[in-house]
Design a binder for this molecule. Sequence first.
Ligand code: AMP
Ligand code: MG
Length: 493
Amino acid sequence: MTSSSKPNRPDAGWHFDNSYARLPAAFHVRMNPVPVRTPKRVIFNEALAQSLGLNPEALKGEEGAAIFAGNKVPEGAEPLAQAYAGHQFGHFTMLGDGRAILLGEQVTPQGARFDIQFKGSGRTPFSRNGDGRAALGPMLREYIISEALHALGIPTTRSLAVVTTGEPVFRETPLEGAILTRTAASHIRVGTFEYAAARGNPDDLRALADYTLRRHFPDLAATENPYLALLEAVMERQASLVARWLLVGFIHGVMNTDNVALGGETIDYGPCAFMDAYDPDTVFSSIDHHGRYAYGRQPQIAQWNLARLAETLLSLIHEDHQAAVSMATGAITGFPDTFRQYWLAGMRAKLGLSNQEADDGALVEDLLSCMHRHGADFTNTFRDLASGSQPEASVFQAPDFQQWFARWQARLKRQPDAWETARQCMNTHNPAVIPRNHRVEEALAAAVERADLSVMENLLDVLARPYDDPPEESGYHLPAPPSAEPYRTFCGT
Ligand code: AMP
Ligand code: MG
């Protein structure tokens, strides 16, 4: 592929192949991002750019700002807005990219394929009453949290760049407009299948299913029932993903079916946040009045979302409806067990356990109950356990906790590993640092109100190595002071 770069400019390294654009026309509307007044680069992820085969040097200055604002479309891109539907808080709606544009798929020098998507890039036919735009704060917030999840080893979309647009967006007050460029294994959602099923064109549905198999599960295409295998494989990835969220105290906050990616990545960082004190009912989102997407409900909601996917696949799974329903139901009812296996394996690692005993589940649950009773910090309690002796934190002094601690010590002795091995395992599975809500807010306030990016850059640095202890005096490992207001997050920002 040739590049449009002038001879004195290094090639930016774009190499697009746009397979999504080759899906039937119902799945997208071809259109460019809406240009903005004065693009300015705020932050750029050099390491990610390099891993995509892009040349950071060529994407500096005005050139880079123009590209990541959507003002200049790189050669080979075929921008489009994706059509999809979704169950939002349980209610079915036709949606689509109302403020996003898929620029295309970047193929890396290693042959991997990543969607390059703009968020906040202007109105599309799917915008409904929205302005198609985004504000700087929420885009930087997605940048921070998605990069933090990545560093924790959790599958996620990633953040490549944020630019400001030079145009205000109007929310409750005028805010600085911005565009986030994110990368993803794909943006195929449960809602994309719901969209195809709702339109009722069997050829389109099959095209989407075959495309998803090719893109994410190529080995399954040759199995006896590839569409049932697709459902099972997506389930497996969701089970693993949601287990990983729970293991680090992450609350997605808006697990609508349009925000569930079939590739198994965490997608759509709106009202998400990390829990401090352990409480399974924790909700941060200001619009989640009934706790539908509370921390501890995430596995059940994942299963509910997978049932919506299963419904769309019935006609492909078997021509006889009843047979299809019983096959799909058989798969979906296996979700809680699959989830629990991932969760328990992760919890064993957090407790330094390398072998298995029948009572391990109870050991974990009793610890969590104890933490809940004492309002113990989720992250720090697990991290402190690896310090060997009983640390000072007040929960560790409580009699019920001491009892639990003795049980765990005895349990550790019933495995072949030495304590040092267990300790190392714990320190690579229990992060020392998570994006604490008050530190994220502090970084965003500096960036948005004072154009000072240094606070965010320092935070990103620490979050990139979450299993290293930060300097004690930095305070990055501390939960919000008890005096802090309850934390609230917002959607549709
Ligand atoms: P989300 O809650 O971010 O998953 O968004 C749900 C739907 O609302 C998607 O179809 C978005 O594209 C759309 N949407 C969110 N914000 C805006 C906006 N400012 N303008 C247009 N559409 C939007
Ligand atoms: Mg969404």
